[in-house]
Design a protein around this ligand. Structure first.
Ligand code: IMP
Ligand code: MG
Length: 181
């Protein structure tokens, strides 16, 4: 029997397409900052590659912080409840904050984080997501910066996982619906 390799999974966005779009988003963020400082808050672990690449296209005095939440446990289904596993290292009161996320899906994660962060009274709070799945939304929330808007597909690569695997793939690929856990 022939074994399927990850290279057989269809590419949705190639590394070149991603790089070009991330550069555009970085320029947008830079313009909107008007020379002010920025705290980039990555949502672990999926947003790590996006944050790293995006940050290099932001011309500003930027610092990094990271939070971790749990929503998807294993596989494709969200548990619904969002829990904070790792909090910010530094207070964000009075700061310009950019939350950086890999995918905005149901919106549960980002609604939770937005509410939590707003309690600290940042100067501004914006959201950058590489991918947006608007059709899946359960909470009313939109990102300020969106890489690509996609239909209801399960994707892997460039930070995004399937049961923790495939995060290191340089391209974004479609996870076949019939792939076993
Ligand atoms: P939300 O709370 O439903 O918006 O979930 C957002 C999180 O779910 C993302 O940060 C991803 O970790 C995960 N997620 C949603 N869709 C996908 C996907 O297609 N592939 C991999 N992870 C996904
Ligand atoms: Mg994630």
């Amino acid at each position: 029997m022939a074994t399927t390799s990850v290279n057989d999974f269809e590419i949705l966005y190639s590394r070149d397409q991603i790089a070009q779009r991330v550069a555009e988003l970085g320029a947008q963020v830079t313009r909107d900052l008007n020379g002010e400082k920025l705290v980039m808050v990555g949502v672990l672990k999926g947003a790590a590659p996006f944050l790293a690449d995006l940050s290099r296209h932001i011309e500003a005095d930027a610092t990094f912080d990271f939070v971790a939440t749990s929503s998807y446990g294993h596989g494709r289904q969200s548990s619904g409840a969002v829990k904070l596993i790792k909090d910010l290292d530094h207070p964000i009161e009075g700061k310009n904050v950019l939350i950086v996320e890999d995918i905005l899906d149901t919106g549960l994660t980002l609604s939770y984080l937005r509410k939590l962060f707003l309690q600290q009274k940042p100067k501004s709070l914006r959201i950058a997501t590489l991918l947006d799945k608007p059709s899946r939304r359960l909470e009313k929330i939109e990102a300020d910066y969106i890489g690509f808007s996609i239909p209801n597909l399960f994707v892997i690569g460039y930070g995004m996982d399937y049961a923790e695997h495939y995060r290191n793939l340089p391209d974004i690929r479609l996870m076949p619906p019939d792939h076993p856990e």
